[in-house]
Design a protein around this ligand. Sequence first.
Ligand code: GLU
Length: 419
Amino acid sequence: MSVKTRFAPSPTGLMHIGGVRTALYAYLVAKKAQGTFSLRIEDTDQARLVEGTEEDIIDTLKWLGLQFDGEIIYQSKRMDIYKEHAQKLIGAEKAYEKDGAIYFKTKKEGKSKIVDLVGNREIEFDNSAQDDFVILKSDGYPTYHLAHVVDDHLLETNPVIRGAEWISSLPKHIMLFEAFSWEIPQYAHLPIILGTDKSKLSKRHGAKAALDYRQDGFLAEAILNYMALLGWTPPSGKEVLSLDEMIEEFDLADVHLANPVFDITKLEWMNGEYIRKSQNSKLKSQIWEFLERRHSEELIEKIVPLVKDRIKKLSDVVPLCDFLWETPEYDKLKVESKKEILIKILEKMEGMEKPWKADIFEKTFRELADELGIKHGDIFQLIRIAISGQTVTPPLFESIQILGEEETVQRLKQLIAMW
Ligand code: GLU
């Protein structure tokens, strides 16, 4: 039988970073088996729907490159199907109506059990503990339990990959499958992701909506790679894997039962790795897009080799390089006492033949430092501050080349004129 998986988010909030892992694993399982991966929007809880979140889910999958097959399935468009199935259960005396809602009549004897693909473990429940439960609400919408069973049966989902928070609802689902005389699909319940303090991952841990990471300068490939490793170790032991490599190596049987810990520091490290191994031309486009094409592509092209080893996120380019396109602010920097030295530096710069050459530039200012009795490092740092208003920039001479001799001289003049 062909493998069909689905990602089935509820549009009740922005797609959380944790949802990325669920979607990714479902995608990997499908692609590995040359099956299909679909997107099902579970929009049946009318009170909890949040406008715009459905688009957010779609945009997130698109950004990550987790392309789903076929049309999006909306549960809200399948109301007749749920109603019909609820009626069938009433007809078979397995459900009943009370106050306008339809309840499933649970059996009280025996046990419900499955073998979960994660950890290959048996999960068993005593049916005696299961109370009757609502399958169709009085507003005509199905509950998750009915919609899950009906949809995943009719759409032939196998395996069902979802978060471990659904384990406690399993007996309801097993009983429903049995009531319809349908085969129970295989399940893979993914262990809940924790924060570094070992409590359930939340905003407190810096966890955000997936697209906020794009905003923060993370690369889609790094996010996918990091999330893939949250609870899975590839047999090859590789730590940096492309989506294709993940497809090749992934197996639900290798997913750990232990709860993985989301560590933003590790994600930043991985993002930095991706940036470093990016081709310059690709990184140029990524930085250019990230900066909303506000600067010329040529400028970004020059910046890329200078920042590549110095940034962990695309956004790190801003504090490092914004002096290249903005007039620096000197307020906080105490260079006032250095006015005399700055005047000397300016004189040297004005005397240097253009275009300035790296070796001559260096020699000129080393000599000036000796002359003034100050450290070589200090004079270059002073020039850095004078042109950028910052203590950290890409390499000085390369930065000056991007800025241009005239602008460099201009900035020194302006700074000197401040006192
Ligand atoms: N709508 C459910 C959720 O967002 C889906 C669970 C499932 O994959 O079946 O948690």
